[in-house]
Design a protein. Structure first.
Length: 232
């Protein structure tokens, strides 16, 4: 089994033999190098879950859906090449990984819209998640990364890390968001990694992903007949 850098160079040579343009060669190589930079397991053990993790990491870096989709496309073609050469058994990049570019900034919802939406929610964690986004304006990636040390109970606010040299910001919490966070943390399993506020309900030892939050919002909004979405 070749190393990842070696496999990328083999793929580049394949594209060159196919007579792809120099621009295509450079673009694919760069996208693969960046996309694979966050991949940890050996090539043969890279899973769908690992690709999910890489997508979440790139969300948190503030990358646009178009950029992430371009890198996913490079990854898909790369793994197809590896399958053809019997270097891996399956392609971990699936159609479901492709991000929909129509996920725009959310409009503020009226109380009449919020009531049927929150009526769909059964778990205090989901209530806290949605209130932080819909009432307090946090992005989905900011909610996913929220830690216990980010919560300032005395000021009823949360600190949001901006990253990339930008100054962190403090966001005031609505009274219902504070109450829902308290209820959520009463049920926080001890297996939750680090000091993350939110968790994967099916696998508490895994952090809650950006994609899972977006899917939850979409399902509940659709069930409530409300046009709501969460931005990254």
């Amino acid at each position: 089994m070749p190393s990842l850098p070696s496999a990328i160079q083999q793929f580049r040579a394949y594209l060159q033999r196919r007579n792809d343009s120099p621009h295509t060669l450079d673009s694919y190589t760069l996208d693969l190098q960046v996309f694979c930079a966050d991949i940890e397991p050996p090539l043969a053990r890279i899973s769908v879950r690992e690709v999910d993790r890489v997508i979440d990491t790139q969300h948190q870096q503030g990358l646009s859906p178009a950029t992430i989709n371009r890198r996913l496309s490079a990854g898909k073609h790369f793994f197809d090449f590896l399958i053809d050469h019997q270097l891996v058994g399956a392609n971990p990049v699936k159609p479901s990984h492709v991000l929909r570019r129509s996920r725009a900034l959310p409009r503020a919802l009226s109380q009449e819209q919020l009531e049927p939406l929150f009526a769909q929610i059964q778990h205090p964690m989901a209530t806290a998640l949605f209130l932080l986004m819909l009432r307090c304006g946090l992005r989905v990636s900011e909610v996913a990364q929220l830690t216990l040390r980010d919560i300032d109970w005395s000021q009823q606010a949360v600190r949001v890390e901006q990253g990339k040299g930008r100054k962190d910001r403090q966001v005031s919490l609505s009274a219902d968001a504070v109450a829902s966070l308290r209820e959520c943390l009463k049920q926080r399993p001890h297996e939750v990694p680090g000091d993350g506020v939110f968790w994967n309900q099916k696998r508490p030892h895994h952090p809650l992903s950006v994609k899972a939050i977006q899917k939850k919002m979409e399902r509940d909004a659709k069930a409530a007949g409300v046009a709501a979405s969460c931005h990254r």
